[in-house]
Design a protein around this ligand. Structure first.
Ligand SMILES: Nc1ncnc2c1ncn2[C@@H]1O[C@H](COP(=O)(O)OP(=O)(O)OP(=O)(O)O)[C@@H](O)[C@H]1O
Ligand SMILES: [Mg+2]
Length: 135
């Protein structure tokens, strides 16, 4: 797989897109030589967030980038949509809270699986979730 410019973007608008994004994240983790455990953590978090982007956000994008901090390599993923947004971000990050029929574990679970987690959202302003895993 080509590393391209070390960054890229792909749509998250269908179940097929979710499968493709998961494959992309796996390939990126392998390029960074993440351990199998870390690969699985990042892929699981990405799966949850891409599903939220599709189901709750009405579709959006996943952007990815190789990042570096003090010589340490990492993979950043940003999930973005222009959907309804989240009124109470703290509540949405609570274990077991869902506005629908899910388990309400996607956001808090994802947060625990990565090193950096940033959620920006407001009603009517869409949602942006950035996660980073460092090697
Ligand atoms: N991209 C988004 N746009 C709008 N609302 C969102 C978005 N992502 C999450 N939410 C809101 O946050 C709540 C919690 O999300 P979380 O992923 O933790 O649980 P869930 O998707 O409801 O269930 P699960 O992920 O366990 O199947 C959702 O029920 C939804 O109301
Ligand atoms: Mg979810």
């Amino acid at each position: 797989m080509a590393v391209e410019d070390g960054a890229g973007a792909m749509p998250v608008r269908s179940e097929e897109d979710i499968v493709a994004s998961r494959q992309k994240v796996r390939a990126l983790c392998q390029l960074l030589k993440f351990s199998l455990v870390d690969q699985t953590k990042m892929i699981t978090a990405a799966s949850e967030l891409s599903r939220n982007t599709l189901i709750h956000g009405g579709g959006g994008t996943m952007r990815w980038a190789f990042v570096e901090n003090n010589g340490r390599a990492g993979l950043q993923l940003v999930f973005e949509d222009q959907g309804p947004g989240i009124a109470d971000v703290a509540l949405a990050l609570t274990d077991g809270w869902t506005s629908g029929t899910g388990m309400g574990l996607g956001l808090p679970g994802s947060k625990r699986l990565v090193n950096d987690f940033d959620l920006q959202s407001a009603p009517g302003a869409g949602t942006r979730v950035s996660i980073t895993k460092w090697k």
